[in-house]
Write a protein that binds this ligand. Structure first.
Ligand code: GLU
Length: 479
């Protein structure tokens, strides 16, 4: 059975690239009836962020990617948490020492620093295997005296070749690799060690992760070999880019999943968009439900060239998802935006929701679109001039003056009545519809565009405000 795992470090936010990794892991598993496991990689205690695990949980929940198993904590499964398994890793590292595949290293920081060589970017050092030649007695004495130590992997000579589903066959000379640290002085494993132990113990069949781990993979394979374990299938994913040269990175201020949600994007749209960020379906389709993704997903469609995160494309897709929401769900989602943009209590917010739903890319577009409702903005009478409808300021003034008493006489203030009354005047005057609707719409909104037409606006604003705004239009056009 296919088993994949999402292994985020708890950083406090969900990077878009990480979420995409999780999605592909989820899809690889689910498209073949497999299991998707969640593992929190928190062995880097210096980077530990309180509450960060909840962010991971919440994101997977919102993205509809539930993980399948884990320690039973009641309700949904808990994830596997590496820090809770600390002693396991030490035991495994000791097994490697016994097999001659790893060794204790007591080198001090000063000694390691002295090995560093300045390069153009940074000071780098390849460990010189000083402690590999310590005698058994020296090691035992150091351990007895409590000298701090790390455990290092002993990289053997030769070459290592492995296959990656996305990048193909890769071969590296082992001498290019350092005897990496498996267990740190604080007793915690490094990621490099823990991921191998856990992937094996959790029977992970497909390891899906960012291509930044590609260069370390040969070292992991040497560990699998040292233990005599089966090597999983590797699927490394190219980075998600902000532009041609820079990776998308939260640290550089690029949006995380949480940021996008806060900016008014829907989880479903984000998931759909990132599914296509580096994967091409075999069908010519862009909008996919999760079930459709599960049905359609195939690793053959994964690309090894990095993809650029295009916020405009995401916004378009978000708009498509917004349009498809039923009225009730849309209102619930947009309610807080509507309420903070419209403070008047005589406005039917559900109606406003209905007008804006098909016109927005994110919920943050709402405020701009409806802020004229509370207060008519100051506007230029140039707005009355509409080329296509052939309206002039003089004409608009005349038409507003004509419609004002008609509106004042309406007793049943609803869209149909208002619309029909306007239509009667239009027909009497023998003008085009737009030559009446445009000036009225302009007078009511003070904006070049509005989420609904003249009669709908009038109904929304109520009779009193409608009359006042038309009077204001007449006043401005008479100046
Ligand atoms: N903890 C690693 C990360 O967050 C996971 C890498 C992996 O999936 O193996 O980048």
């Amino acid at each position: 059975m296919i088993r994949t795992r999402f292994a985020p470090s708890p950083t406090g936010y969900m990077h878009i690239g990480n979420l995409r990794t999780a999605l592909y892991e989820f899809l690889i598993a689910k498209s073949q009836g497999g299991k998707f496991i969640l593992r929190i990689e928190d062995t880097d205690r210096e980077r530990y962020v309180e509450g960060a695990t909840d962010v991971i949980y919440k994101t997977l929940e919102m993205a509809h990617m539930p993980h399948d198993e884990g320690p039973d904590i009641g309700g949904p499964y808990g994830p596997y948490v590496q820090s809770e398994r600390k002693n396991d890793y030490i035991d495994y590292a000791k097994q490697l020492i016994d097999k001659g595949e790893a060794y204790y290293c007591f080198c001090t920081k000063e000694r390691l620093d002295s090995l560093k060589v300045e390069t153009s970017h940074e000071a780098v050092a390849k460990y010189d295997r000083h402690c590999l030649s310590l005698s058994k007695e020296e090691i035992e004495e150091n351990l007895r005296n409590g000298v701090p130590y790390v455990i290092r992997q002993k990289i053997k000579e030769g070459t290592t070749t492995f296959h990656d589903v996305v990048y193909g066959d890769i071969t590296v000379e082992n001498e290019e690799m350092e005897d990496q640290i498996l267990i740190k002085t604080d007793g915690f494993p490094t990621y490099n060690f823990a991921n191998v132990i856990d992937d094996h113990k959790m029977n992970i069949t497909h390891v899906v992760r960012g291509a930044e781990y590609l260069s370390s993979t040969p070292k992991y394979n040497l560990l699998y070999e040292a233990f005599g374990w089966e090597i999983p299938t590797y699927v490394h994913l190219p980075a998600v880019m902000k532009d041609k040269h820079n990776k998308l990175s939260k640290r550089n201020g690029d949006a995380s999943f949480q940021d996008l949600i806060a900016k008014g994007y829907l989880p479903e749209a984000i998931v759909n968009y990132i599914a296509l960020l580096g994967w091409s379906p075999s069908v010519n389709q862009e909008i996919f439900t999760m079930d459709e993704l599960i049905k359609e997903f195939d690793v053959k469609g994964l690309s090894k060239s990095p993809s650029i995160f295009d916020i405009d494309k995401l916004t378009w897709m978000n708009g498509e998802y917004i349009k498809k929401m039923d009225a009730e769900s849309f209102y619930t989602w947009a309610e807080s935006e509507l309420k903070s943009a419209i403070k008047r209590d005589d406005i039917d917010l559900k109606k406003v929701a209905g007008y804006v739903q098909s016109r927005i890319g994110t919920s943050k577009d709402i405020a701009d679109m409806v802020d004229f409702i509370d207060k008519l903005p100051e506007y230029s009478t140039d707005l009355y001039v509409h080329k296509k409808m052939k309206t002039t300021k003089e004409m608009c003034l005349e038409h507003l003056k004509k419609i004002l008493p008609v509106l004042e006489n309406i007793t049943q203030w609803d869209n149909d009545t208002i619309y029909n009354s306007m239509l009667t005047v239009i027909q009497e005057m023998g003008i085009k519809n737009g030559q009446m609707f445009w000036p009225v719409r302009t007078a009511l909104s003070g904006e070049p565009t509005s989420p609904c037409g003249a009669s709908e606006l009038a109904e929304l604003l109520g009779k009193e405000d409608t009359i006042a705004r038309i009077n204001k239009g007449i006043e401005l056009l008479s100046e």
